[in-house]
Write a protein that binds this ligand. Structure first.
Ligand code: FA5
Length: 338
């Protein structure tokens, strides 16, 4: 090889470098063009084979080649370490990743729990798979009394399997936590039991499984004024300060007297009946229920209320659903509004 051929070879290497820098990364270029096994390094070894008079010039040319490549690599590195035809425009706005949030029911459970916790209630949760005893018998429902039918219960066992507790069921209401709580704790009791309940019901106003929140307060000298005060506070805080509602006499075997509470949603509201939506039951704890929980009704009295989480949420102004079941149809277009 002579100097002329040496120059030509380096110039050829530079031409392929120019093409490669469009497709290879800076690291790959460094290895291919200046690395130990590169063509350039093997050319340096050839300098010693040139005529002595040409070696100095060849060394100078090789040095210039190396500097030129290094400069270009530095430039590429500062241009984001990407080959030029890599299609990335860092100035474009990023893609929005959809962000989920808590389901409307979970949000409501938390809101309700917060309100009652500030009023001195503690939160508990009792079994969803329950004994007939806690859901009915201990709550003063006589055996085979038609009032049980109102709860449209799912039975797990068709026959009673326990002489005291009866059959196993899916609890149809959170009131099953009342006697469980009394067995666990002596008065004063101020529980809020929020749990899932099940019923053989299905309509625009009825879900087959839904949530209830159950308040139970037992202490000395508890009277109906305390119950009304709590319900009034809750309705105004949760639904709104100007909520129109009514407390209507009703019958529950486990409270005496008993009431139902309706909220006025207006005639045009699709969930309401004649403008009113029933959101919960309440009353003074029946003496037989206190006895079942080992509490002396001559010494203590109490009140209880059991309301539906979903129905309460839907009674907030502006939410006007045609069918309560949409809550659990996992329709993102609906859920993302809350
Ligand atoms: C009860 O379940 C009583 N345990 C309430 C109670 C507790 C009364 C303590 C006295 C003392 P009721 O069946 O009415 O009562 O249900 C109470 C509330 O649960 C209803 O007002 C409604 O808000 C909700 N609810 C009842 N059934 C359904 C259903 N199928 N789907 C959605 N919400 C329902």
């Amino acid at each position: 090889m002579n100097l002329e051929e040496f120059k030509q070879k380096l110039s050829n290497i530079f031409s392929t470098f120019k093409k490669d820098k469009e497709v290879l990364s800076v690291d790959e270029l460094k290895i291919k063009y200046l690395g130990r096994k590169s063509e350039f390094v093997s050319m340096l070894r050839l300098i010693g084979t040139l005529p002595i008079s040409e070696r100095k010039e060849a060394g100078k040319i090789a040095n210039e080649f190396k500097n030129k490549i290094e400069k270009l690599l530095e430039k590429l590195e500062s241009e984001n370490n990407q080959p030029k035809n890599y299609n990335l425009d860092v100035t474009l706005p990023g893609k929005k990743v959809p962000v989920g949030h808590m389901h409307i029911t979970t949000q409501t459970i938390r809101e309700v729990a917060d309100i009652f916790k500030k009023l001195g209630f503690y939160q508990v949760r009792y079994p969803e798979v329950e004994w007939d005893y806690y859901a009915f018998t201990a709550l003063n429902f006589p055996e085979d009394h038609p009032a049980r039918d109102e709860w449209e219960t799912f039975f797990i066992d068709s026959k009673p399997i326990n002489s005291k507790y009866g059959a196993r069921i899916l609890t149809p209401h959170t009131s099953s936590g009342q006697v469980r709580e009394m067995e666990k704790r002596k008065p004063p009791i101020r529980m809020i039991n929020i749990s899932r309940v099940y019923r053989r019901q299905m309509s625009v106003r009825h879900l087959m499984n839904f949530y209830q929140f159950e308040g139970l307060v037992i202490d000395k000298n508890i009277n109906i004024g305390h119950l009304k005060g709590i319900l009034d506070f809750f309705v105004k805080k949760f639904i709104g300060p100007d909520t129109k509602y009514r407390i209507r006499p009703y019958h529950f075997p486990f409270t005496e007297p008993s009431f139902e509470v309706d909220v006025w949603l207006g005639k045009e509201n699709k969930m309401a009946k004649d403008g009113w939506l029933e959101i919960g039951g309440a009353g003074m704890v029946h003496p037989n229920v206190l006895r079942a929980g080992g509490i002396d009704p001559n010494e203590y009295s109490g009140y209880a209320f059991g309301w539906g989480i979903e129905r309460n949420k839907l009674s907030i102004g502006g939410i006007n659903l045609e069918d309560i079941r949409i809550l659990y149809q996992t329709d993102i277009r609906f859920l993302e509004q809350f």
